[in-house]
Design a protein around this ligand. Structure first.
Ligand code: HEM
Length: 162
């Protein structure tokens, strides 16, 4: 249980910390830099950051589920929705956050990477359609990040109170 808690908290620190840093510091700077910022973001999300964050999220949830099975008496509904209700709600927020990360953010990152490769191959500035697509994908990443910040805060509140 101590080892699981250590894995859980360490991976959660990385996952939540990276999300907060990206949402509150990196994204506003990237936006202020315009086209240069867009290129930087493509490079960053197309590199090791997205897999590292996905791995940290998966480790957090897997170790959390493992501990949860034990503290909820083997998923006993009476424990889950009574004595450990805050923990259960926090866990649900954490799982939703991982789903948003994998399905919304992950998909947008992959599309951004593919578009970046097409742009590099064609050379020259993006067409108006490509520029609009770039802006839309960056908007999706930003919104997903903001939603994840909210879900992660709810998860932490549930974890420490429940
Ligand atoms: C964003 C996601 C999450 C974050 C940031 C997070 C964070 C934390 C932290 C900081 C603790 C230590 C709390 C303390 O010792 O007071 C903790 C404990 C715990 N977490 Fe999470 N967690 C997350 C997701 C989950 C999920 C999805 C589950 C289960 C499905 C889960 C299950 C647990 C359990 C069972 C404990 C131990 C509770 C106990 O010892 O009574 N966590 N979590």
């Amino acid at each position: 249980m101590t080892l699981l808690r250590l894995i859980h908290v360490l991976s959660a620190i990385f996952w939540v910390g990276s999300t907060l840093f990206i949402t509150f510091f990196l994204e506003p700077t990237v936006q202020a830099l315009g086209a240069e910022g867009g290129r930087f973001m493509q490079r960053l999300t197309g590199g090791r950051l997205s897999p590292a964050m996905a791995l940290a999220g998966l480790l957090t949830i897997a170790s959390g589920l493992w501990m949860y099975a034990s503290v909820s008496g083997g998923f006993d509904l009476g424990v889950m929705f009574a004595a450990r209700l805050p923990l259960t709600l926090g866990a649900l927020a954490g799982i939703t956050s991982l789903l948003v990360g994998l399905l919304v953010q992950g998909r947008a990152s992959r599309q951004l990477k593919a578009l970046g490769q097409r742009l590099a191959a064609q050379g020259g500035p993006p067409t108006p359609e490509q520029a609009a697509r770039l802006a839309a994908l960056q908007h999706t990443l930003r919104r997903g990040g903001q939603l994840n910040v909210l879900l992660m805060i709810l998860a932490v509140v549930g974890m420490v109170t429940g």
